[in-house]
Design a protein around this ligand. Structure first.
Ligand SMILES: [Zn+2]
Length: 410
C-alpha cells in the first residue's frame, strides 16, 4: 500500500488498510490506522499512555483532494489516559490534536491564505472561512511551540493598530532585529501590554535594550517597569504622521476660508490637493507637482505648512547627532509659523524630544513599524468575516511573524 501512502501524503507511521469511494459523501475515503509502534500516545503531549477505550467510533479527517475529488482519512478515534491530561484522543500521525483536517491539508491552507484572495482559497479548497481561521490558529500555534518566538529580543517596537473604524484595537510587538511581528493581542491598555511582558518573562525582558513606540506615556511607563535599563524611543513614523495631520488641519482650514469667501474654484483646488501635499516629493506625479506650484503661488500659509512637514520628515531621516540641532531649529521655526496646528506640534515635539532623539541616534528603522502597521490594516480587511479576533491575530502572525510554511507541501 505504499502507492496509497504516497498518494494520500501520509508517512510510514500510517497504515492504509482500504480505499473506497463513498457515494453519499461523493468522496474517496481511505481507512487508516497508526502503525503499532506509534500507537497509544497522548494527543496533546505525545507521552506514551495507557489505552482507555475505542472512543466514539470512526472519525474522518479531510485530506488533500485526489484529482477533482474530495478525500478523507477514516480511523477509530481511540482514547488514552495521559498521566497529565487525563482521558484524551490518542495521537495520530496524519493530523494535529483536535484537527478535522490532515496536517498536509492545513499546511496547504496556511501557504495559500497569505498568497491568494479569500474567495479563491475558499473555492479552491472547498472550505468555509471559519475553517480557514481555525486552521491558521493551529498552524501558528504549532510553529510557536516549536521555535521560541521571543528568543533573542533586544530591539522591539510596540504599536497599537485600530481597525473596524476605530472600534477595535490590536496591540502589536515587532522585532527590529528580525523584522518580524512577534506578538499581538486585542486591546490597547496597560494590562494588554503587561500580558506581553509576562509572556516574555523576567529573564528575557532584562535583555531588551531598546523599545520604540508612539508617544503614549503609559507604554513608556509599563516598558520601564518591566525592562530595567531599556531606552524608550518614539517611532519617527508616528512623528511624521503628526506632521501629516497638522498639515491636513491647515489645508482644511484654508479650504473652509476659501469656501466661505465664495472662492469656489480655489476651494475645489484645495480640496483636491491632499495627495500632492501628503506624498513624498520624489513620488509626485506631474499633475501633483503642478498642484504644488499652484499652492506655492496661491496660498502662502498652506505652502509654509507643507515645507514644515517636509523638513521635519527629512530631519527624521538624519540618524546622526546633527539631528539634535536640526530638531531644535525646526521647533523654533514651527513656533513662529503663525500656524496653530504647527505651533501645537512644536510643543508636542519638545515634550517628546528625548524619545524622538533616542530613535534617531539609535538608528531605528522607521520602515518596519510602518509596513507592519499597513500590512495588518490590510489583513483586518482580509480577515473580515472571522467572528473571532484570535483568527485575525493568527493570520497576522502567519504572514508577518515568519510562521507561514515555506512550501505548500509537507
Ligand atoms: Zn498528555
Amino acid at each position: 500500500m505504499s502507492v496509497w501512502r504516497a498518494t494520500l501524503g501520509v508517512d510510514a507511521k500510517t497504515v492504509v488498510e482500504a480505499v473506497d469511494y463513498d457515494e453519499d459523501a461523493e468522496a474517496i475515503v481511505a481507512s487508516v490506522r497508526p502503525r503499532r509502534a506509534t500507537k497509544r500516545r497522548c494527543g496533546r503531549c505525545g507521552v506514551r499512555s495507557a489505552g482507555y477505550d475505542r472512543g466514539e467510533g470512526p472519525r474522518r479527517w479531510r485530506a488533500l483532494d485526489l484529482g477533482p475529488t474530495r478525500c478523507y482519512l477514516e480511523a477509530e478515534a481511540v482514547r488514552v489516559r495521559c498521566p497529565e491530561h487525563g482521558v484524551v484522543a490518542a495521537q495520530v500521525p496524519w493530523a494535529a490534536h483536535g484537527a478535522r483536517h490532515t496536517t498536509g491539508f492545513e499546511v496547504l491552507v496556511a501557504w495559500l491564505v497569505v498568497r491568494m484572495n479569500k474567495s479563491a482559497v475558499k473555492e479552491l479548497l472547498r472550505v468555509s472561512w471559519e475553517t480557514v481561521g481555525a486552521i491558521v490558529d493551529r498552524v501558528v500555534a504549532r510553529d510557536r511551540a516549536r521555535v521560541d518566538p521571543f528568543d533573542g529580543l533586544v530591539r522591539i517596537g510596540i504599536d497599537e493598530i485600530s481597525y473596524k473604524k476605530g472600534h477595535r484595537y490590536l496591540m502589536v510587538v515587532v522585532d527590529h532585529g528580525s523584522g518580524r511581528l512577534v506578538w499581538a493581542k486585542a486591546g490597547h491598555d496597560r494590562a494588554t501590554l503587561r500580558a506581553f511582558f509576562e509572556e516574555v518573562g523576567v529573564e528575557r525582558c532584562a535583555r531588551i535594550r531598546l523599545v520604540s513606540c508612539d508617544a503614549a506615556e503609559w507604554i513608556a511607563e509599563e516598558t520601564r517597569a518591566n525592562c530595567p535599563g531599556v531606552i524608550v524611543c518614539i517611532d519617527p513614523f508616528h512623528v511624521a504622521k503628526w506632521a501629516g495631520d497638522a498639515l491636513d488641519v491647515v489645508r482644511r482650514s484654508t479650504w473652509n476660508d476659501a469656501r466661505k469667501n465664495g472662492m469656489t474654484a480655489e476651494a475645489r483646488q484645495l480640496k483636491g490637493a491632499r495627495y500632492a501635499l501628503w506624498r513624498n516629493p520624489e513620488d509626485l506625479s506631474e499633475r501633483q507637482r503642478a498642484k504644488l506650484s499652484w499652492i506655492k503661488k496661491a496660498n502662502e500659509p498652506l505652502y509654509r505648512a507643507y515645507l514644515l512637514k517636509e523638513q521635519l520628515r527629512q530631519i527624521l531621516h538624519v540618524k546622526h547627532e546633527r539631528a539634535i540641532g536640526m530638531l531644535t531649529e525646526w521647533c523654533g521655526w514651527a513656533s513662529r509659523s503663525r500656524l496653530p496646528a504647527f505651533v501645537d506640534l512644536a510643543r508636542r515635539i519638545r515634550k517628546n524630544h528625548d524619545g524622538i532623539l533616542n530613535a534617531l541616534l539609535n538608528r531605528l528603522s522607521n520602515g518596519l513599524v510602518e509596513s507592519t502597521n499597513t500590512k495588518i490594516r490590510v489583513l483586518t480587511r482580509i480577515a473580515y468575516g472571522f467572528t473571532n479576533t484570535d483568527h485575525l491575530i493568527a493570520l497576522a502572525l502567519l504572514d508577518r511573524g515568519g510562521h507561514c510554511p515555506e512550501s505548500p507541501r509537507l
